[in-house]
Design a binder for this molecule. Structure first.
Ligand SMILES: [Fe+2]
Length: 244
């Protein structure tokens, strides 16, 4: 007989009052949702799943999406207006950003033109091809300016996959780690899934995020996780409560 492995629906894994700290739900300013309707639909689905708050994080990336703090804030109020009209009042919607650690980011840090996630936490990313040459210098500037960097989806940087010690170094140097929930569903491939699990087992993961950009990713997330991943996710997701 052919046996299939049963997935646990995402809804059963989410702790009550979950705060998502990574998504792309501001229309038309990065590779996330395109319209305010798409944004409102995904937010409504998150509310139904039991999320209490979404701090969405559009890309701020010099070469592609050099979004300013003002652009981000004005898009947030567009979405909030739509949520009000639709009566979606049980979920808090706000924004920070996912800052690519490039020259623009260094400029924004120097000018303190940064939208934090909460308190002094900021979400940062690096290219999927390589780490910035001056990573230590950037980290120094971030810390001296009083921010605490959370590295988005460390499990997705393939250049670290065969050099696990690098993760230890990043943690020791002061980065906190945010795991993408979609990584454990295998959405980014087997290797990111394996590394994600290893980072959890080593106790390196501090926070989680959906990193949802569109309907398709929402659907994959809602489909759920195999029990061995689901077990790990629930306690990890509780750690986001401090962002409420
Ligand atoms: Fe992202």
């Amino acid at each position: 007989m052919f046996l299939t492995k049963k997935e646990i629906p995402f809804e059963e894994i989410i702790p009550k009052g979950y705060v998502d700290i990574h998504s792309h739900l501001l229309p038309g300013i990065d590779d996330g949702v395109k319209t305010v309707y798409q944004s409102a639909y995904i937010i409504e689905q998150f509310q139904k799943l039991g999320f209490k708050k979404i701090i969405t994080t559009p890309h701020v990336m010099q070469e592609v999406w050099p979004n300013s703090s003002n652009t981000i804030k004005s898009k947030v109020s567009d979405v909030q207006d739509a949520l009000k009209i639709l009566g979606l009042s049980d979920i808090i919607f706000s924004a920070s950003a996912e800052y690519m650690m490039d020259d623009l980011f260094e400029k924004r840090i120097a000018e303190k033109d940064i939208i934090t996630l909460h308190k002094n936490y900021i979400l940062v990313e690096m290219s999927t091809f390589s780490a910035p040459m001056n990573l230590n210098e950037i980290l120094f500037e971030v810390k001296v300016s009083g921010y605490t960097p959370i590295l988005a989806h460390p499990e997705r940087y393939s250049f670290y996959h065969n050099d696990f010690k690098k993760y230890e170094e990043l943690k020791e140097s002061g980065f906190l780690f945010q795991l993408n929930l979609l990584s454990l569903s295998g959405f980014y491939g087997e290797k990111a899934q394996q590394i994600g699990m290893k980072l959890i087992t080593e106790g390196y993961i501090d926070f989680t995020g959906t990193d949802v950009h569109n309907y398709h990713q929402l659907k994959v997330l809602k489909a759920g996780f195999l029990p061995k991943y689901a077990q790990k996710l629930n306690p990890l997701m509780e750690m986001n409560m401090q962002f409420l």
